[in-house]
Ligand binder design. Structure first.
Ligand SMILES: Nc1ncnc2c1ncn2[C@@H]1O[C@H](COP(=O)(O)OP(=O)(O)OP(=O)(O)O)[C@@H](O)[C@H]1O
Ligand SMILES: [Mg+2]
Length: 273
C-alpha cells in the first residue's frame, strides 16, 4: 500500500527511502518481510510486512486473536517464524532467542511485566544483569544507575529506589518495567497492552513515558485495544486482522471510525489517502 502525499512545494520530510534489500526500507530500524507463523493448523501470521522507524511510536492494533502478540514474540526471539525475513538496520538477521533480541537492542515489556514483588526497584532493574565489583554486588553503582535512568525518563513519582516493587502502583510498576527495558541501551521497545490495567492518571503517565522514549530516538511498538490511547500516542498505526497485516501508515491516514472498520472487518472505505 502506498501513501500518496504532496510531492510539490517545499518539504522538510525525508525523501523516499533507498532500498537496503529487495523492497526493504533502509530508513526503518526494523523491517519484516513475509513473516508467517503456524501453530499446527493455525496460521497465526500470514506473510506480514511491517516497517518500524526509529523515533516513532507504532501502535499495533487488532481484535483478540488477530496475531499481535505472536508478531511481537517473533520479533522478540520467543517464536521462530515459520517463514519470512527480518531486517534490522537494513541487515538481514535471525532472532532465535530473547537474548539475541536483547543483543540487537530490542526490549520487550510484556503485559504481566515479570517484575518481582519481593525485590526492590534496584534489584528488579538489574535482575539477571547484576553489576559486580571484585566479585561482590556493586550496590552503589546499581542504585546510582537506577536513579539516573529514572530521572532521565522523568519518572519522579517513586519515593525511593529501595522501595519493594510489590508496594508500587500499576503505573509505577509499568514505568519500572519500561525503565528496565531502556536501561540496556535498547533501540526498540515493544509493549504489549501497557495501559490495560491502569487508571486514568496512571495511563496518562505511561503514555507520556512512551512519547518520551520516541523523542529520544527509540522506536516503540505498542499493542493496545484502547483507541483513545492509540490516537493519543501513535505516530503510525498497523492493523492486524486474522493473522494479516491489513493496513499500516502514518496516524493521520486514520481516524477512529476507519480504525474500527479495519479491526473488525479487515478493510475500510474510510481510510484517508
Ligand atoms: N502458543 C500457541 N499455540 C497455538 N496457538 C496459538 C499460540 N499462540 C497464539 N496462538 C493462536 O494464534 C492466534 C493469534 O494469537 P495472538 O495471541 O497473537 O493474538 P492477539 O492479537 O495477541 O490477541 P489478544 O488481543 O487477545 O491478545 C490465535 O488464534 C491464537 O489462538
Ligand atoms: Mg495478545
Amino acid at each position: 500500500m502506498t501513501t500518496p502525499g504532496p510531492t510539490n512545494g517545499p518539504s522538510t520530510r525525508p525523501g523516499p527511502a533507498t532500498a537496503a534489500g529487495p523492497g526493504v526500507d533502509s530508513s526503518s530500524l526494523l523491517s519484516l518481510r513475509g513473516i508467517s507463523k503456524h501453530f499446527g493448523a493455525v496460521e497465526a501470521l500470514k506473510h506480514v510486512d511491517l516497517d518500524v522507524p526509529a523515533g516513532q511510536v507504532t501502535a499495533l492494533i487488532g481484535d483478540n486473536g488477530a496475531g499481535k502478540s505472536t508478531l511481537i514474540k517473533a520479533i522478540a526471539g520467543i517464536y521462530e517464524p515459520s517463514g519470512g525475513e527480518i531486517f534490522w538496520e537494513g541487515r538481514k538477521v535471525s532472532i532465535h532467542t530473547p537474548r539475541a533480541a536483547e543483543e540487537l537492542g530490542i526490549a520487550t515489556v510484556y503485559q504481566d511485566l515479570a517484575l518481582c514483588d519481593n525485590l526492590d526497584i534496584v534489584e528488579n532493574m538489574f535482575l539477571g544483569h547484576e553489576k559486580t565489583r571484585t566479585g561482590v554486588l556493586d550496590e552503589i553503582a546499581m542504585e546510582l544507575r537506577t536513579k539516573e535512568v529514572l530521572a532521565d525518563l522523568s519518572v519522579s513519582t517513586v519515593s525511593s529506589v529501595r522501595q519493594l516493587v510489590g508496594s508500587l502502583s500499576g503505573g509505577q510498576r509499568q514505568a519500572i518495567a519500561v525503565a528496565r527495558a531502556v536501561m540496556h541501551e535498547s533501540k526498540l521497545v515493544i509493549m504489549d497492552e501497557p495501559t490495560a490495567a491502569l487508571g486514568v492518571s496512571q495511563t496518562a503517565q505511561v503514555l507520556d513515558l512512551i512519547k518520551r522514549l520516541a523523542a529520544r530516538g527509540i522506536a516503540v511498538i505498542v499493542i493496545s485495544h484502547n483507541l483513545t490511547d492509540v490516537f493519543a500516542v501513535a505516530d503510525r498505526i498497523a492493523v492486524m486482522y486474522l493473522g494479516n497485516l491489513v493496513s499500516s501508515g502514518p496516524v493521520v491516514n486514520y481516524d477512529p471510525a476507519s480504525a474500527v472498520d479495519l479491526i473488525t472487518t479487515g478493510e475500510s472505505s474510510r481510510t484517508a489517502a
